[in-house]
Design a protein. Structure first.
Length: 114
């Protein structure tokens, strides 16, 4: 059974940084694309970062240059380094394994506020 567990969210001030983590169990990580999505308070859901198995990254324009996705295949971990965060980044963040697109974790809440 594939499971995704996100962590690392919290309250951060505008301009600050936060690193989100997720651990994926029940499957391998190395051969597949992974990513992060976020759901805003109005329930809109967007894919914001994707990291392919060959190292190619794709970012949503809203986070490009501020967020960095990375992975540790041995630990089956996926990370999202968030820098220079803004109030509009407030959302629930979900880690994605694109071999199992229907598997969702509980998400981790990020609140950006002064």
């Amino acid at each position: 059974q594939v499971r995704i567990v996100e962590s690392g969210g919290g309250l951060v001030q505008p301009g600050g940084s936060l690193r989100l983590s997720c651990v994926v169990s029940g499957t391998e990580l190395a051969a597949y694309s992974v990513g992060w999505s976020r759901q805003f308070p109005n329930k809109q859901l967007f894919e914001i970062a994707r990291l392919d198995s060959d190292g190619t990254t794709v970012y949503d324009d809203d986070v490009k240059g501020r967020f960095t996705i990375s992975r540790d295949n041995n630990k089956k971990m996926v990370y999202l380094q968030m820098n220079n965060v803004k109030p509009v980044d407030t959302a629930v963040y979900y880690c994605r394994h694109f071999r199992f697109v229907d598997v969702w974790g509980q998400g981790t809440q990020v609140n950006v506020s002064s």
